[in-house]
Design a protein around this ligand. Sequence first.
Ligand code: NAX
Length: 328
Amino acid sequence: MKDPVRVAVTGAAGQIGYSLLFRIASGQMLGEDQPVALQLLEITPALDALKGVAMELEDCAFPLLTEIVQTDDPEVAFGDVNYALLVGSRPRSKGMERKDLLEANGAIFTVQGRALSSSAASDVKVLVVGNPANTNALIAMSNAPDVPNDRFTAMTRLDHNRAKAQLAQKTGTSVNDVTKMTIWGNHSATQYPDIFHAEVGGRSAAELVNDQGWLESEFIPTVQQRGAAIIEARGLSSAASAANAAIDHMRDWALGTPDGDWVSMAIPSDGSYGVPEGIISSFPVTCSGGEYSIVQGLEIDEFSQGRIDATVAELQEERDTVAELGLV
Ligand code: NAX
């Protein structure tokens, strides 16, 4: 058996946490031969609820779960962690402007960035799920001078998985047949799910579908608006599918992506595909040996370029707002 790794989860008593923790503890994220210690962060008023979740984790008698830390102190939660899943954030309340939302989350992610910087293990990998995820990740990264920038990522894997499912349905195939899907940009309604490089059973998805009307008026809006559709239907935001995507993101980053395929991750831009540096934007990536790299050399047509430009512009606006607020 390997030595245990330490995994921090924030917002651990929330909806996503309730799906996520059990899957991490059962080995679905890091492998069935990898023991884990869970370090759970919540705000003080939610510590009782967190205690209940921890009791349920104990009651699963997971063979891989070595320890459960429960705390409202980020320095404790991030102490020596190898993986940090930042799920807790401040949701938009009624009448809240985007700037207020960014500011409220800035208060959380500046503190958590500093705590990661001072307490986490030197190999820490960070995934931000809490919205606005890309910009929250940028804030945390900017406040963590001792953690390399490329360790900060944000989640667009749920969008990626949603896009795969929609394309499989349209083509009457299985998600197993769909490869090389890409989500570009922000995890928001401006994101661009791109099927022009995707394949279905090894054939070009765009050629197989050959239906620009479906692409523009059904596929793209369905993927962009899927979160809202789930709230409408369920009365609550997506949680199990979000937890599943977080597991997928971390598993592939740590253990590698399959040959001949790639995944979508929001990562600090290195300028690839003309996406300016200084934002955390979603790209097609492959992972190997615990590192990700952007898939290079994809041809981007005018239609796709316009969509990428729009979502990147939104990320730049968010960055400018948090810069004005002194958060990055
Ligand atoms: P919940 O409101 O059920 O849970 C959030 C939890 O975070 C609460 O228990 C709260 O007490 C805790 N929390 C708040 N501030 C905290 C802090 N400073 N430190 C530690 N814990 C804190 O929300 P849930 O449904 O679990 O969603 C969590 C976040 O994921 C939200 O921001 C949501 O918008 C975001 N999502 C992101 C997705 C993505 O694809 N990137 C998809 C799903 C989800 O909408």
